[in-house]
Design a protein around this ligand. Structure first.
Ligand code: ADP
Ligand code: MG
Length: 240
């Protein structure tokens, strides 16, 4: 579904991605782990062109998307992203946060968009929050709304950048449960997280990144029980 070929990204003279070759197939749940600063966020952001790669290719559904003529709105519509900091619009109600994309970008009618939004809120158990503003929500609720907002665009792929890192520990689980359900429903997902229990349980494949490269990739079983590389072993021994 999405593939990178020798993907490189530099900021100034600092090379942050040093040639990443990866492919995520339809329905796959890929979890990216690795130390802080290893390029995980930059990799995700290059996938949906929030960052423009310095060189190399990003192919989405077989088409190269890092090229000047690409329609970014269309790409981002097909690739939802969920951030650590939620990024909800503070001046919009919960329902409006979810419906703005379908209305403004997909040109749906307000009533169509409201139906989509209400169905999502219902499935998240948050319908009673439809008309409140984000500031009155807990972190866990905000993140579930952010996921609903991404889903409202009916994406082909969802990217998550440390979706639970900003949450108090008692709220982590409600967000992971939503993500687990999406995974079980067959959504293609790329998830950067430090939640190793979740990675092991829900990931089809783990990618370990360090210093701008993919050091090792494999099933959770392979990565967590018999990592092949010293750098992977060292990282895991620190966090597990
Ligand atoms: P991770 O998500 O694995 O912690 P990042 O992809 O955020 O790593 O960052 C990788 C490196 O790139 C870090 O050294 C970071 O400081 C640098 N970096 C990330 N974004 C920028 C930016 N917009 N400008 C300059 N340097 C950046
Ligand atoms: Mg990051």
């Amino acid at each position: 579904m999405i593939k990178t070929i020798n993907l490189k990204k530099s900021f100034g003279d600092k090379e942050v991605l040093k040639g990443v070759n990866e492919e995520i197939t339809e329905g796959e749940v890929v979890v990216i782990i690795g130390p802080s600063g290893s390029g995980k966020s930059t990799f995700l952001r290059c996938l949906n062109l929030l960052e423009s790669p310095t060189s190399g290719e990003v192919l989405f559904e077989k088409k190269r998307i890092n090229q000047p003529k690409v329609n970014m709105d269309l790409i981002r519509m097909k690739m939802g992203m969920v951030f650590q900091g939620f990024n909800l619009f503070p001046h919009l109600s919960v329902l409006e946060n979810i419906t703005i994309g379908p209305i403004e970008i997909q040109k749906r009618t307000v009533s169509q968009a409201n139906k989509i939004g209400e169905d999502l809120l219902m499935s998240m158990g948050l319908i009673e929050k439809a008309n409140v503003y984000p500031k009155s929500l807990s972190g866990g609720q905000k993140q579930r709304i952010a996921i609903a907002r991404a889903l409202a665009m009916q994406p082909r792929l969802l990217l998550f950048d440390e979706p639970t890192s900003a949450l108090d520990s008692e709220m982590v689980d409600e967000v992971l449960q939503v993500m687990k359900k999406l995974a079980n429903d067959g959504m293609t997902m790329v998830i950067v997280t430090h939640e190793m229990g979740f990675a092991r349980e829900v990931g089809d494949r783990i990618i370990f990144m360090d210093e701008g490269t993919v050091v090792e990739t494999g099933t959770p079983e392979e990565l967590f029980t018999s990592p092949q590389y010293k750098r992977t072993q060292e990282f895991l021994s620190k966090i597990l």
